[in-house]
Design a protein around this ligand. Structure first.
Ligand code: B16
Ligand code: MG
Length: 212
């Protein structure tokens, strides 16, 4: 086996909360009269909540105090959490579920490395609350991707050296984070546009071949 552990990004890899992030940010952007579309939303993948808001504010002509920024990011999170309540185990595809169970059968340790502070709630909604060997998320880091902290912590939580871990990511910032942490990375979805990845996945189940 090439690796001992696989560290999965959550949003855009295990599930598609990206559409809910979009809707919640759109709500705030509309309130402020800021132009916001799917292309701008793609730049928010893997980026922390406040850094995401700073990207949205690039198109804002006014000024905003730190207090106001906290108010709007809190509002975004409230809208987002309401949308997350719509999620259920049906939002986990059979392909992702079966692949996860097969990787576990192969003896790999499986962890989450997500920038989201809502990661545990999302995993519970998906019926994966107890599945992973470790969860490293927005609550246990100081620096978000492309800083490697979230993945370095995930590797240490499962007791593996970075060189024995494979990171699976849908965001360029996540690929950069994995590389900075000394890990191989597999790109899926949007991240396939970057040439940084060790592997490019055409599908989630292709992971079984990549790790073998
Ligand atoms: P929250 P990931 C990231 O999740 C999202 O891709 C990104 O859009 C979001 O801003 C970030 O989590 C923080 O999320 O507001 O829930 O703390 O891709 O790292 O799993
Ligand atoms: Mg992601």
């Amino acid at each position: 086996m090439k690796y001992k552990a696989v560290i999965f990004d959550l949003d855009g890899v295990i599930c598609h909360t990206d559409k809910y992030h979009y809707q919640a940010w759109k709500h705030v952007a509309d309130e402020l009269g800021i132009y916001f579309d799917e292309t701008i939303n793609n730049r928010l993948r893997g980026v922390s909540r406040m850094e995401s808001f700073e990207i949205i504010l690039e198109r804002y002509s006014g000024t905003m105090t730190e207090e106001e920024k906290i108010r709007y990011t809190t509002e975004k999170n409230e809208v987002y959490k309401e949308l997350l309540k719509n999620m259920s185990p049906d939002d986990l595809t059979d392909e992702v579920k079966e692949t996860l169970y097969e990787l576990r059968k192969m003896g790999l340790k499986l962890a989450i490395g997500s920038s989201s502070k809502n990661a545990r709630f999302i995993l519970e909604r998906l019926g994966l609350g107890d599945f992973f060997d470790a969860i490293s998320d927005g609550n246990n880091i100081t620096n978000s991707k492309p800083d490697p902290e979230v993945f370095v912590k995930a590797a240490s939580f499962v007791g593996e050296e970075p060189q024995n871990c494979l990171v699976v990511e849908d965001a360029k910032a996540g690929l950069q984070a994995a590389i900075a942490g000394g890990m191989d990375c597999a790109a899926i979805g949007d991240a396939c546009e970057s040439d940084l990845a060790t592997w490019k996945l055409d599908s989630f189940e292709m992971l079984k071949k990549v790790v073998a």
